[in-house]
Write a protein of this length. Structure first.
Length: 214
């Protein structure tokens, strides 16, 4: 099932809020090493914010707003707004013209299985830099431990029940996951070259605990 009505900014805003908070903490830290971390986080935040702007502009276009209105808001001309966001240099093609990744549910299941199976090389090797800045090895270990304590062991990743949405050029897959002590929903956002741009595992309503990530 392909759902193009899914809120396109949700996946990015969660990561943006998280990275912004981590950046603020790094800047306030007296540790000199935190300055290097702050650079990485600032770069990741800049890239995610740019993607968010493109996605929100596309949402506005789908809602009927004109390129002139978008140009007025972004401080450029109608033509400049179209060139930046609509199909010129740096633009993102209209969402409705893009197709999701082939076998997107299976690709998302591979990511989730690698994460839950502690296949670090496979999981981290497909991250974008922005996600890697958030999902450090220390944090992924803590999240994996929390999932194990609240939900138990993995039983199945139910790709037959997956839904697929498009946000700009990004494929977003939502898939049910069964554990020995409950269920969860996994959400994986993938770039056209199958790199991870967003990753969440949340218990279904009524389950204990939560794990939302980069």
């Amino acid at each position: 099932m392909i759902d193009r009505a899914d809120s396109p900014a949700t996946c990015l805003t969660t990561a943006i809020v998280d990275i912004a908070g981590r950046l603020a903490a790094a800047l306030q830290s007296p540790d000199a090493d935190a300055r290097i971390a702050a650079i990485s986080l600032a770069v990741a935040l800049d890239r995610l914010t740019d993607r968010a702007i493109h996605a929100i502009v596309q949402d506005a276009r789908n809602a009927g707003f004109s390129w002139q209105q978008i140009g007025d808001i972004t401080g450029t001309s109608r033509q400049g707004a179209f060139q930046r966001f609509g199909g010129g240099t740096g633009g993102v093609p209209a969402a409705q013209t893009l197709a999701p990744l082939p076998d997107a549910p299976a690709a998302a299941a591979e990511v989730i299985a690698a994460f839950l199976g502690d296949d670090r090389d496979r999981f981290r090797g497909t991250m974008t830099k922005s996600v890697a800045a958030v999902l450090t090895e220390r944090r992924t270990s803590a999240i994996r431990r929390e999932i194990g304590e609240t939900l138990g062991s993995l039983v199945a990743i139910e790709t037959a029940g997956a839904t697929v949405a498009m946000m700009g050029d990004m494929t977003i897959v939502t898939v049910p996951i069964r554990f020995t002590r409950g269920g969860a929903t996994g959400k994986v956002s993938l770039t056209p070259d199958r790199r991870i741009l967003g990753f969440w595992i949340d218990p279904v309503p009524g389950e204990q605990g939560a794990s939302d990530h980069g």
